[in-house]
Design a protein around this ligand. Structure first.
Ligand code: ATP
Ligand code: MG
Length: 337
């Protein structure tokens, strides 16, 4: 478990001080994949680098597996940090070393006995699917393969936590998917807690359990990924969600509509279309579907429909009440004209 408590990071620069992280408190549970989202400059990397003390916080504490890292120094801090692996957007592999040597290097740095290194590197190569690339140099690898080496290297010392700084941002969508699948597998099979930062909501939707949104060094919203998608609280979060789930209707379509325009949301396993068709049968209203999809936040469905309802306003209200009573969330986007 990672507990971040009142953490701030202030950078002193020639032109004054810059707040990278501003009083952040967060808890990441054991075994979870936690996503931190925000635009460039929001403080994501600063926060992540404070978790393993790559950056020393200006104030506040970081507790990992019950140990307050901010109170440690020297050898004790070095040993605690071995349990926290990290991967980066630009991989940072050593170009003069082969894949095998890149991974072995981390084991040597952690003072692993020489006779154990070969078996461990081979085991890691197998885990990330790079056994056949063991003797090639980074320049001969694709981006996805380089990130796999990065992941193997981060896992060398059996970490309990893996920190990922924009680990898929330099990769195409298909490669991104394969790296996310690998991270998911590592999380499940090795029970490694993952904290990942990204500016892509798609990544969070694909693999995270819970998430935080950062702006100007602060966490402005936090919760399960599902609830955040279903019920975003801040404008910034809504903006991020729009990048993956958009229900914007073209003006030309809206201008043609005379009826009440509603957005109806069904959470979980509620069969949305069935309820809507029951409503249309029972009440004197006509409905036009304008937009709709069922999003899957990992395996959990979230159905969202935008409809135009035409009928007397009293009857329309009754119809909406009917679906609300069947556990749908209804938002009137525009009243009938
Ligand atoms: N070493 C540093 N010295 C001075 N200011 C810094 C330093 N590192 C970060 N900052 C400042 O702290 C703020 C947060 O930066 P940070 O790199 O954490 O953002 P980020 O969310 O990771 O952005 P990006 O998505 O571009 O990577 C920015 O205003 C940045 O200019
Ligand atoms: Mg960053």
């Amino acid at each position: 478990m990672i507990k971040i408590h009142n953490l701030s990071k202030i950078y002193k620069t020639k032109s004054g001080s810059v707040k990278g992280v501003d009083d952040v408190s967060l808890t990441v549970h054991e075994g979870e994949i936690y996503g931190i989202v925000g635009y460039s400059g929001a403080g994501k990397s600063s926060l992540l680098r404070c978790i393993n003390l790559l950056e020393r916080p200006t104030s506040g504490t970081i507790t990992v597996d019950g140990i307050d890292l901010t109170s440690l120094k020297g050898e004790k801090l070095r040993l605690a940090r071995l349990r926290i692996g990290m991967i980066f957007q630009h991989f940072y592999l050593i170009s003069q070393k082969t894949v095998y040597e890149n991974i072995a290097f981390s084991l040597k740095a952690a003072k692993t006995p020489a006779n154990l290194i070969k078996a461990r590197v081979e085991e890691l190569l197998e885990m990330v699917g790079l056994t056949d690339k063991r003797d090639v140099y980074p320049a001969q690898l694709s981006g996805g393969q380089k990130q796999r080496v990065g992941i193997a290297r981060a896992l060398t010392n059996n970490p309990t936590v893996l920190l990922c700084d924009e680990a898929t941002s330099a990769l195409d969508p298909t490669t991104t998917k394969s790296i996310l699948d690998l991270l998911k597998r590592i999380n499940k099979e090795l029970n490694i807690t993952i904290v990942l930062i990204t500016h892509e909501m798609k990544v969070v939707k694909e693999i995270c359990n819970r998430m935080a949104i950062m702006q100007e060094g602060k966490v402005i919203e936090e919760g399960t990924v599902y609830d955040t998608f279903a019920d975003p609280q801040t404008e910034l979060t809504k903006e991020f969600i729009k990048s993956v789930v958009s229900f914007e209707l073209p003006d030309a379509i809206l201008n043609k509509c005379q009826g009440t325009i509603v957005k109806v949301m069904f959470k979980g396993d509620v069969a949305g279309e069935g309820i809507v068709s029951d409503m249309l049968k029972q009440f004197e209203v006509k409905g036009n579907f304008l937009h709709g999809s069922i999003e899957y936040i990992q395996e959990a469905p979230l159905g969202i429909f935008v409809m135009e309802l035409m009928g007397e306003s009293e009857e329309t209200n009754k119809a909406l009440q009917f679906i609300e009573n069947r556990s749908a969330q209804v938002e009137v986007l525009r009243d009938g004209v």
